[in-house]
Design a protein around this ligand. Structure first.
Ligand code: SAH
Length: 246
């Protein structure tokens, strides 16, 4: 390599670092290694901004997290489409809009403790981890829990803790939580999850029939009791385990 070629490469590398430092979109100052950067920005524009996702941080994070790395390589080209996708074992990763909407509703602040029930691919946990360093997630299917755990580590999401277990019982060791997000359909709210919610804390859950559709429901724990808001119709895969015995 000639000296001038070396100089050129050094300048290009520097531009990439500057772009990263300024949090510019992928490929803004350097040739991006991410083949889906533009597709992801289009998803943010047409599926999120065009609907009711207005929180700038949610829009930024949805434009940052590489969703195509949370599905199998054969489905990567569909990762930013406006629908859920299979992730193995009959389970699905929610459509981008629903992930963004649930994140916007939960409104996690820096330093808050979040518990997710239903790790699945790990995508929602990754999104949440851009809002706080304290994210715990429970997955009942061992294979999915192990894969999500490995994937999150490989992508440097080191602070997210994933456990294989039944989320119905919550995660007592790290309770109480400021927010709990359930990403599987349930016909009732587990009393353990409500117990593990801080006073003033928010819990979001697709509540209703586990075979048809559910209503995304937000519960806020207050000294006067639980405030319940029914938000919109959704379809999630069912929560399994202990909940089916209750
Ligand atoms: N949030 C996930 C998608 C969730 S799909 C993502 O971002 O990819 C729902 C997940 O909930 C499935 O992986 C399913 O195995 C899991 N699940 C079902 N019942 C559960 C339970 N009782 N405890 C923990 N996880 C459960």
């Amino acid at each position: 390599m000639t000296k001038s070629a070396r100089h050129l490469l050094a300048i290009l590398a520097l531009l990439c670092i500057v772009g990263e430092f300024l949090s510019l979109p992928d490929g803004a100052l350097c040739e991006s290694p991410d083949p889906y950067a533009a597709t992801r920005q289009r998803m943010v524009l047409h599926q999120l901004r065009a609907r009711d996702i207005t929180d700038p941080k949610v829009l930024k994070v949805m434009g940052t997290v590489k969703r195509h790395l949370f599905v199998s390589p054969s489905r990567a080209s569909q990762a930013y489409a406006d629908h859920p996708l299979p992730i193995g074992e009959g389970q699905t990763i929610s459509q981008p809009y629903i992930v963004a909407l649930m994140t916007q509703i939960l409104d996690v602040k820096p330093g808050e403790k979040v518990l997710e029930i239903g790790t699945g691919s790990g995508y929602q946990a990754a999104v949440l981890s851009h809002f706080t360093d304290h994210v715990w997630s429970i997955e009942i299917r061992k294979g999915l829990a192990e894969n999500a755990s490995k994937r999150l580590k490989a992508l440097s999401y080191d602070k997210i803790r994933v456990k294989h277990g039944d989320g119905y019982y919550g995660w007592l060791e790290y309770a109480p939580f400021d927010t709990i997000m359930v990403t599987a359909a349930a016909n009732h709210v587990s009393p353990s999850l409500l117990d593990q919610l801080k006073m003033g804390g928010r819990l979001l859950i697709p509540l209703g029939s586990t075979t048809y559709y559910q209503t995304l429901t937000k519960i806020t724990k207050t000294p006067k009791g639980n405030e319940v808001e029914h938000l919109l119709g959704v379809v999630f895969v069912p929560m399994v385990g202990k909940i089916l015995e209750e």
